[in-house]
Design a protein. Structure first.
Length: 242
C-alpha cells in the first residue's frame, strides 16, 4: 500500500449504488471517522427495488424498508450528516447529466473533504449500477469543483481533497479499522431485507448466527489488513489530485 490513514476529515460523503453497498465496503472506516467527530453523510443512487429473490414481493414496501434500514444503519455508524436517496430505479441507473447534476449538487451542498464511492474502472464488474454509481461519483466531483458546470444550481463550487474508491481494482490505500469491526457488523445487521440475498443470514437470525456474522466481518477486515501489514483494514484506491 502506498498510503495509510487519511487525516480525520471534518466532513465525509459516501456514495453507493444501493442501500448496504457503503457499509459493506467502507462501514468500518466511516464508523472510525464518525467516532472521531467527522460529519458523515451517505448518498444512495437507486431505490433498491430489485434487492430481493422473492418474485412476488411488494416492491413499494421493499423500497420503504430499505430506506428505513439505511437510516438505521447510518445511525449505528454514528453518521450525523444527511442520508440522501436519489431514487433512481434499481438496475436502471445511468451516468447521465441529470444524476450527475444531482450528485454535484449534493457535493456542493455538503462540502465534503473526502468522498468515497465505487471504483468505476474495476474490470469485469457485472452490476451496471455499481459501474454507473462510480462514474457519477467521479463525474460529480468534476462538476462540483468547476463553476461553469450547472451554474443554475446557485451553489458555490466545491473541490474535495480526496476520493477513496472502494471495491478497487488496484487498491493503494488502507484505513486501519482495528476496534471498529463490530461497528461495521452491527450497521450491516440493520439491513434485514438483505439477510438472504447479501449477508448470508437466515430471515430471523439467532445469537449464534449473528456471532458467526460478526466473525465473518472481522475475518474479511483481517484479510484486507494483511495486505497492508495491519490487523484490520478497509482498502481503497486513493485519488488526491482533484
Amino acid at each position: 500500500m502506498k498510503s495509510q490513514n487519511l487525516t480525520i476529515p471534518d466532513r465525509v460523503l459516501a456514495i453507493g449504488a444501493h442501500p448496504d453497498d457503503i457499509e459493506l465496503n467502507a462501514g468500518a472506516t466511516l464508523a472510525k471517522w464518525a467516532d472521531a467527530g467527522s460529519e458523515v453523510s451517505l448518498l444512495l443512487c437507486t431505490d433498491g427495488s430489485k434487492g430481493t429473490w422473492d418474485s412476488d414481493a411488494d416492491l413499494d414496501k421493499l423500497v420503504a424498508a430499505r430506506q428505513d434500514e439505511q437510516r438505521e444503519s447510518a445511525r449505528r455508524l454514528g453518521a450525523v450528516g444527511e442520508v440522501v436517496f436519489l431514487g433512481w430505479v434499481d438496475g436502471e441507473l445511468e451516468s447521465g447529466l441529470e444524476p450527475r447534476r444531482q450528485v454535484a449538487s449534493w457535493i456542493r451542498t455538503l462540502r465534503p473533504e473526502v468522498v468515497l464511492g465505487h471504483d468505476p474502472w474495476r474490470r469485469w464488474r457485472l452490476h451496471p449500477d455499481h459501474r454507473h454509481a462510480g462514474w457519477l461519483t467521479a463525474d460529480g466531483i468534476v462538476a462540483a469543483r468547476d463553476p461553469h458546470f450547472f451554474p443554475d444550481l446557485g451553489l458555490a463550487p466545491h473541490r474535495p481533497g480526496a476520493l477513496l474508491l472502494f471495491e478497487a481494482d488496484e487498491p493503494d490505500h488502507a484505513e486501519n479499522t482495528a476496534g471498529f469491526e463490530s461497528a461495521k457488523a452491527t450497521a450491516l445487521e440493520a439491513f434485514a431485507s438483505q439477510y438472504e440475498t447479501t449477508l448470508n443470514l437466515p430471515p430471523d437470525p439467532g445469537d449464534v448466527d449473528l456471532a458467526r456474522f460478526h466473525s465473518w466481518v472481522a475475518d474479511k477486515l483481517a484479510e484486507a489488513g494483511a495486505e497492508a501489514g495491519l490487523a484490520s483494514a478497509e482498502l481503497f484506491k486513493l485519488i488526491d489530485d482533484l
